[in-house]
Ligand binder design. Structure first.
Ligand code: SPD
Length: 363
């Protein structure tokens, strides 16, 4: 009798949750270091399902999987410029907004920004957003460059004279060609959104000039390395640098990490939750996206990973020290210096990748 009641209650929960009985597994592919400790456990408990949660640290890696198809993933998180190309390639299904009541919590202005890449926000919802700037070890940089260190400028990583003095303590770059080349172009006084061949070549020259002093190109290893004092300057993503700062503080190792949005400007990007057309569990995928848009769940993520979110209703629940940090939620005067990602066509993409290979190999 008890078992019968239990099964009936479970069935009711499934129906109430709108999840088909076969959807008991959800496969999520997200960026590394990008979710609160308990988010997945909470989702599993609420919906009585198992989540397989895999991570990546590169849009190119995700894109290769999406274009190949049959990834098995139900929810993925491309950055908006990559999303646009992938939408054009027919990779994602249109979201069923009737299954996403928490969309009402999203900031209309930020969603409009994201709609530039996905008309009408048909295929994706903002997960988190951030900037690409510089993380640095305050003590080690001061030791090598003195009080006049250009810590507010891309010169810290793109001026060969400056970088040569930092080489021994470790300078690292993101392995993200569509971000590193425009940043170098911006430092050279060019439009970071330019798609002119000669502008990319100039950006590559800037990178080549400091290449001998760069320890590695990687998009996640720098978090721990900054925190441990293994490296002293990294071009990195806002929240990841703040996580390095927090890890150093927790370790009590005396390493002080700071994040700067360079005065010349920086990239502002949006990472978007989307459902591949061939997702095995689309209903549950909608439940997951809706769950993430719950104000408390989003606030918990922002408070843990120190990335800005686009969920207006979550803001009262975001910790004051996170909300008031200009490196996480930049004030208006800083926002004016941010640029949005450019969507490259196949030809520009090939050029960017060819130049990037040259920069990485130093040839
Ligand atoms: N550790 C999470 C990093 C998220 C970075 N998103 C990619 C932004 C690309 N412009």
């Amino acid at each position: 009798m008890k078992t019968g009641v239990c099964i009936a209650a479970l069935a009711a929960a499934w129906i109430a949750g709108g999840v088909a009985a076969q959807d008991k597994v959800l496969n999520v592919y997200n960026w590394s270091d990008y979710i609160a400790e308990d988010t997945i456990a909470k989702f599993e408990a609420k919906f009585g399902v198992k989540v397989n949660y895999d991570v990546y640290d590169s849009n190119e890696v995700l894109e290769a999987k999406m274009l190949a198809g049959n990834s098995g993933y139900d929810v993925v998180v491309p950055t908006s410029d990559f999303l646009r190309r992938q939408v054009a390639a027919g990779v994602y299904m249109e979201l069923d907004k009737s299954k996403l009541p928490n969309l009402k919590n999203m900031d209309p202005e930020l969603m409009a920004n994201a709609a530039v890449y996905d008309e009408g926000n048909k295929h994706a919802v903002i997960y988190m957003w951030g900037t690409t700037g510089i993380g640095y070890n305050v003590g080690k940089v001061r030791e090598r460059l003195g009080e006049d260190a250009p810590t507010d400028s891309w010169a810290l990583v793109f001026d060969p004279e400056v970088v040569s003095k930092l080489a021994d303590c470790g300078v690292t770059f993101l392995d993200a060609p569509t971000e590193m080349l425009p940043a170098a172009m911006n430092y050279a006084g060019l439009d970071p959104n330019s798609t002119k061949r000669e502008d990319f070549e100039k950006g590559a020259e800037v990178l080549m000039a400091v290449r001998p002093h760069v320890r590695y190109f990687h998009s996640s290893q720098y978090i721990n390395d900054l925190a441990n004092g293994e490296i002293c300057v990294a071009v990195g993503w806002s929240g990841d640098v703040f996580q390095a700062q927090a890890r150093a503080e927790e370790a009590g190792n005396g390493v002080e990490i700071a994040y700067v949005i360079p005065k010349e400007g920086a990239l502002q990007w949006f990472d978007m939750m989307a459902i591949p057309k061939d997702a095995p569990h689309p209903d549950l995928a909608h439940e997951f996206i809706n769950f993430i848009m719950d104000p408390q769940i989003t606030a918990d993520i922002t408070n843990y990973v120190w990335y800005a979110n686009a969920n207006a209703a979550s803001m009262p629940l975001v910790d004051e020290e996170v909300k008031s940090d200009p490196g996480i939620f930049p004030p208006e005067e800083v926002k004016k210096r941010l640029w949005a990602s450019t969507v490259y066509n196949a030809r520009t993409d090939r050029l960017v990748n060819r130049l990037w290979t040259q920069v990485k190999t130093g040839q």
